[in-house]
Design a protein around this ligand. Structure first.
Ligand code: DGL
Length: 231
């Protein structure tokens, strides 16, 4: 039985997960939220699986010790290893990658572009999860080695950001003319306007919305929504 007044945990490798906090606050204004952004170790996307696992366990232990009733793993890179993390913790871990994949399946997309960290794209997790419900969907991914770190250090040099976006997205479009692009890293919705400017024709999928809805559904099912007016 979850305690309604306990907080929701949100974690990310840095500030990117605040895009999930923004959506949670919009749809669940009564919830208290504990946010852990590990900017000291960001970016995660260029680390090994074992390094990411170890750092993630530290964050989850901290959140667990603060009594979270569930945790939204806002970081796509960490979410690719949700199955490895879940057995270590006794609260629900909600993976942003799983929720984004469900959106692609629900929308019956025949193809979709994916930009994320190199780790996320190389893990193949997005394609694996999408293919569970949409086996014929073409998932065309490209990892960005730079974009998350530029955003996390607040380096909003427009030229550098647009150059990194166009380098990676042009590569995707040269392989398949997709109409939809998953922003597969929580840091990217912070520069969503840059994506729009560079590719006004693309529909951008922000997985933060899907994840926030999944948190709400889970808490409602558990009868654990916080009744207070403002968190
Ligand atoms: N926030 C991470 C994600 O969503 C990316 C940033 C990083 O490389 O640490 O994948």
């Amino acid at each position: 039985m979850l305690n309604k007044s306990n907080p929701i945990g949100v974690m990310d490798s840095g500030i990117g997960g605040l895009t999930v906090v923004r959506e949670l606050q919009r749809i669940l204004p009564g919830e208290d939220i504990i946010y852990f952004g590990d900017s000291a170790n960001c970016p995660y996307g260029n680390k090994t699986a074992d390094q990411i696992f170890e750092l993630s366990c530290h964050m989850l232990q901290f959140l667990g010790s603060n009594g979270v009733k569930c945790t939204a793993v806002a970081c796509n890179t960490i979410s690719t290893m949700a199955e490895r993390l879940r057995p270590c913790f006794d609260f629900r871990i909600i993976s942003i990658v799983e929720e984004a994949a469900k959106y692609v399946i629900r929308e019956k997309l025949s193809s979709v572009g994916l930009i994320g960290t190199e780790f996320t794209v190389a893990s193949g997790k997005y394609a694996e999860l999408i293919h569970q419900g949409a086996p014929d969907c073409h998932v065309v991914g490209k990892g960005s080695p730079l974009l998350a770190a530029l955003v996390d250090r607040g380096d909003f040099n427009q030229h550098d950001i647009n150059l990194e976006i166009t380098t990676q997205v042009d590569n995707i479009l040269s392989r398949e003319k997709v109409n939809d692009l998953i922003l597969g890293c929580t840091h990217y919705p912070i520069v969503e306007e840059n994506f729009h400017e560079c590719y006004p024709q693309l529909h951008l999928i922000n997985p933060a919305l899907e994840q926030a809805n999944a948190v709400k559904t889970y808490l409602a099912e558990q009868n654990a929504l916080n009744p207070q007016k403002k968190g």
